[in-house]
Write a protein that binds this ligand. Structure first.
Ligand code: GDP
Ligand code: IMO
Ligand code: MG
Length: 427
């Protein structure tokens, strides 16, 4: 059986959670491989509606093992809160495991995230404030503490004493704020350790075993391609890679194991936080999409910036990730619009370009070149077969497929599992 990587094609919130939940029914293992609790997946399940930040979206499938991979940074308080909520609502979490190599978000990461944002003043990134950037920076600087360290209190104290001393110097001398207490942080993380211990494992072995048994594995990305620190709109990005390639690094699977890469894309574009977004609509249509689509962040509640489908950005995502197919979500949100626009190029300094520039200063100058299509102005939420979609909706989908050079495997017309059209096979 193959490994399918499920990847966001845009700036996050594409509906990856819904798609992973849907596909998880057939999968044996679902692995989250990137980000942390900056992610927010809203999933409508037979148990009700859930907001997940760390737990993989396969948790509602009773036979599926869920793994939080080594590529994720974990805030233990958020994890504990999430499993408590799941358990209270009848969802079994005994099939959930955390890699012992996953790094921890510490209290100083959250403090520094806020302080660094403030220091950037007008150039703030608009982070989620969850300590994600500082945690990944510490991982790269070899100053991180991993979940595995929670299992040995002597090791935890040794690491924490050195690192906290260093962090307190930054907090007090650079930012002029109060230091954190070693005893308090240590005792708090010892308590977390006791609670997390049953979940912590060398998880890559579990994936290897599943592959040997020829079971289907899903790699679940957080965020979206255009938030990638290398290929996204740097520095207005997140701090870990959401790309298909990172699916291997963040889980311990070898690259030759990935057989399908499914891009998840909204039928329009959204972004939350700062940074360029060429097709952003700062007008009534943008407001209409936001209100109709309830486009407010799952993690922070911030209004999402809404705009027309940017085929240049989406095609770039296809090239970087090697999508073998896409899932087009939220088609229903466009049901009422009389006309739709798709960005097919950027006007830049008098020329028309058809590529996604590598630097934000250039992207800021890009003006979208649009192609217009008629809307369908009919409800799609009850449609379950491709051929039953209104003609204009099929034309819109066909044009997206053509422009992003990728077939649509799935079309989603609502948040619930069954509100999905299976257009072409993924495998
Ligand atoms: P993720 O971070 O990529 O998992 O996406 P989010 O959960 O942050 O945002 C997607 C939102 O759209 C969630 O509230 C989903 O329940 C919802 N959703 C997913 N697919 C569809 C769809 O086809 N139509 C509608 N109306 N909502 C959808
Ligand atoms: P999901 O998994 C949308 C954005 C933030 C900010 C930037 C950096 O739900 O698709 P960070 O806290 O990561 O340092 O913030 O990245 N961002 C997301 N936007 N969906 C997400 O996740 C995001 N995770 C981070 O808004 O612009
Ligand atoms: Mg989200």
């Amino acid at each position: 059986m193959p490994v399918i990587a499920v990847i966001g094609t845009q700036w996050g919130d594409e509906g990856k959670g819904k798609i992973v939940d849907l596909l998880a029914e057939k999968a044996r293992v679902v692995v989250r491989f990137s980000g942390g609790d900056n992610a927010g997946q809203t999933i409508v399940t037979p148990y009700g509606k859930f907001n997940l930040h760390l737990v993989p979206s396969g948790i509602f499938s009773s036979h599926t093992v869920c793994v939080i991979g080594n590529g994720v940074v974990i805030n233990p308080a958020v994890f504990i809160d999430e499993i408590n909520q799941l358990n209270e609502r009848g969802v079994d979490t005994t099939r959930l495991f955390i890699s012992d190599r996953a790094h921890l978000i510490m209290p100083y990461h959250i403090l520094l995230d806020g302080l660094e944002e403030k220091a950037r003043a007008g150039k703030a990134i608009g982070t989620t404030g969850k300590g994600i950037g500082p945690a990944f920076a510490d991982k790269a600087s070899r100053l991180g503490i991993r979940t595995g360290d929670l299992l040995d209190s002597a090791i935890l104290m040794e690491k924490l004493r050195f690192i906290l001393d260093y962090k307190n110097t930054i907090l007090t001398k650079i930012y002029g704020v109060s230091p954190l207490s070693l005893d308090e942080v240590y005792s708090q993380y010892c308590q977390y350790g006791e609670r997390l211990a049953p979940y912590i494992r060398e998880t890559f072995i579990m994936l290897e075993e599943a592959l040997n048994r020829k079971e289907l594995i899903l790699l679940e990305s957080a965020q979206g391609t255009l938030l990638d620190p290398d290929f996204g709109t740097y520095p207005y990005t997140t701090s870990s890679s959401p790309l298909a390639g990172a699916g291997c690094l963040g889980s311990g699977l070898s690259p030759n194991r990935i057989s399908r890469v499914l891009g998840v894309t909204k039928a329009y574009f959204t972004r939350v936080g700062s940074g360029p977004m060429p097709t952003e609509l700062k007008d009534e249509t943008g407001d209409l999409i936001r209100e109709r689509g309830h486009e407010y962040g799952t993690t922070t509640g911030r209004p999402r910036r809404c705009g027309w489908f940017d085929a240049i950005g989406a095609r770039f995502s296809t090239r970087i990730n090697g999508f073998t197919g896409v899932a087009i979500t939220r088609l229903d949100i466009l049901d009422h619009l009389p006309r739709l626009k798709i960005c097919i190029g950027y006007k830049l300094d008098g020329d028309i370009i058809a590529y996604f520039p590598s630097n934000v200063a250039t992207l800021e100058k890009c003006q979208p070149v649009y192609e217009e299509l008629p809307g369908w102005q009919a409800p799609t939420i009850n449609v379950r077969q491709d051929e039953k979609l209104p003609t204009e909706a099929r034309q819109y989908i066909a044009r997206l497929e053509e422009l992003i050079s990728c077939p649509a495997n799935l079309i989603s017309v609502g948040a619930r599992r069954e509100q999905t059209i299976l257009k072409t096979p993924i495998l």
